[in-house]
Design a protein around this ligand. Structure first.
Ligand SMILES: C[S@@+](CC[C@H](N)C(=O)[O-])C[C@H]1O[C@@H](n2cnc3c(N)ncnc32)[C@H](O)[C@@H]1O
Length: 212
């Protein structure tokens, strides 16, 4: 596994956190990681299209399995720092193994994936990549083809500081910091900020296009 020195600490933190959390991830996360199904549904391609998609922080492969169902001809790559999460992703995408490649590394400028993706997706990973989330988005910009799409869903913000603090204990930053950056670096194809549990927090869905 290769880590850039700049984010080695963050990667180690994630690896440690998911040793336990990988075991309860799929059982628990559907109750609060909203927006994932909608993001996959709204990937701007036709079901039979051939395209290349990278998911950064693919975790247990929840999205990759759904993307393969919806776009069986797409070539999918999932990157994650946590071997424990990827082991679950490998089982989940086993039947689609010709179309799904899993890479265990911290995403960044030393990434081993071949650039030229039609879609780069971040689903609830950016809010955990602190303070380097901008570096990873800039890498995604380099790895996208001109005219390619960035697809993001993540926590946006909360008016309850105690909730934000609790999320911080779980390595999540939710300070409304992602949306403006995304909106100013990509042509906005589609975006929404939605309330979770009638406003305990908000989450975002953003699909943006890299300039041609
Ligand atoms: C909350 S999970 C999201 C998993 C999946 N995308 C989903 O929507 O269910 C965040 C994932 O990002 C991964 N991750 C965190 N930092 C990373 C980094 N620098 N490079 C690659 N993956 C990272 C974690 O290991 C974890 O599996």
């Amino acid at each position: 596994m290769t880590y850039t020195t700049i984010n080695a600490k963050q990667a180690e933190k994630m690896k440690r956190y998911y040793i336990f959390h990988s075991k309860i991830y799929d059982l628990t996360r559907w109750t609060f990681l909203f927006g994932r199904k909608r993001l996959v549904k709204n990937i701007p391609f036709q079901p039979t299209d051939h395209f290349r998609l990278l998911e950064v922080g693919c975790g247990t492969g929840y999205n990759l399995a759904k993307i393969h169902e919806q776009f069986p001809n797409a070539e999918l790559t999932g990157i994650d720092v946590s071997e424990d999460m990827l082991n679950i992703a490998a089982k989940k995408t086993n039947k689609a193994s010709k179309k799904v490649k899993l890479v265990c590394e911290a995403y960044g400028e030393n990434t081993t994936v071949e650039a030229g993706f039609d879609v780069v997706m971040f689903s609830y990973s950016l809010s955990m990549i602190n303070p380097f989330w901008k570096d990873l988005l800039e890498q995604a910009l380099r790895d996208l083809k001109p005219g390619g799409y960035l697809a993001v869903t993540d926590f946006h913000d909360s008016k309850f500081n105690s909730f934000k603090k609790w999320m911080g204990v779980n390595h999540v930053k939710m300070d409304g910091h992602l949306f403006d950056w995304l909106d100013s670096h990509f042509q906005n194809h589609q975006s929404k900020v939605k309330k979770a549990y009638t406003g305990v927090w908000e989450y975002l869905i953003f699909i943006g296009k890299k300039e041609l």
